[in-house]
Design a protein around this ligand. Sequence first.
Ligand SMILES: *Cc1c(COP(=O)(O)O)cnc(C)c1O
Length: 399
Amino acid sequence: MSDEKKPLAGSTDAVHAGTNYDRPHRAIVREIAQTATYTWHETADLERFMSGEDSDTDRIEYGRYGNPTVRELEERLAALELVDDALAFSSGMAAITTTILTLTKQGDHIVLFRDCYRRTRQFVSTMLGKFGIEHTLVDSGDLDGLDKAIQKNTKLVISESPTNPYLDCLDLERFVEVVKSHGRIRTMIDATFATPVNCRPASYGIDLVVHSATKYLAGHNDVLGGLVAGPSHIISLVREHRDVMGGVLDPHAAFLIARGLKTLGVRVDRQNTNAMRIAEMLSQHKKVEKVFYPSLESHRSHAVAKKQMRGFGGVVSFVVAGGRQAATRAVDGCRIAKIASSLGGVETLIEQPAIMSYFELSPEELAAVGILPGLIRLSLGIEDTEDLVRDLSRALDEA
Ligand SMILES: *Cc1c(COP(=O)(O)O)cnc(C)c1O
């Protein structure tokens, strides 16, 4: 195993990679091609296109099959992830579900980790069963468990890194070794929390990288979107499914994500710094029982994260002494952080997973999925570090 860090995407890449400035008027920014369909001069044009004889390869028949604004975003993400191609969707979940449905059929088996994004787990464990697709859940980061869970009919292994809300980082090199030792099984990593600035899963041999672009890639809490990136031969299959299933990204949403992506490097750098400083403050604070952040030596993924990430990400989770009531007082006492689900945007957001994502679960069920009472998840924005530290520290003092 090499200790060498893989190269990561920087701000220069975020601004320019995958952009072809050779376009009408050489406009520096790609226009919003706000159109549902495309026209033809005459029937002969259309016939040439349909028979594949059109020399203009940019032609598109209809909005669900493509859009230049969306296409540029896809090309930029592929360049940032160092893969052949990418596809955009109307949400992260549209990207995830369409990709999973592309790669599996009746009788197949999927392995996924227990701490997967909740809706991904729900899709695989409840909805795919209707189509005769089986699954096995493996504990977070348990690669021996993964090795045992893989069956003859396993087609796909799904994980996240870092995970939500405990920020576990999967050892991608070992993960790929384990999966590939069983033959041709596809690997898919939801890298929403990492972004190509902190980790590029494809450089470890991961087949497919998915993102909720709603989070860091767009970065402004103003748009939903999703992306999947990988080798052309898989992406073209996913495209066939997207064209039919229809979870396509609107051109205006693509424009917003493309604009957000330009500042990904500087935003994530600041968010890494903010989260790290907050984690340090929290680990000294007397009202805090436990802090989950991979820069801390106490975190179970510290060694893996140090090896495979540039920064440790913009999310910090922690447990307030005194359970749910004390956590509620701390959350309500914050003046900068806003109470909201989601993460990765410029605004700092704070939430208690037991109340937000897992409200309907009983205390026993919460314990079973590992959601501790008094747990707070904080998604750092780009506000000034000292302001955030001071505000949260005061809210905790007063909690
Ligand atoms: C938000 C999120 C998703 C779902 O993305 P949407 O854009 O909300 O559909 C998937 N995975 C992770 C890790 C997320 O944080």
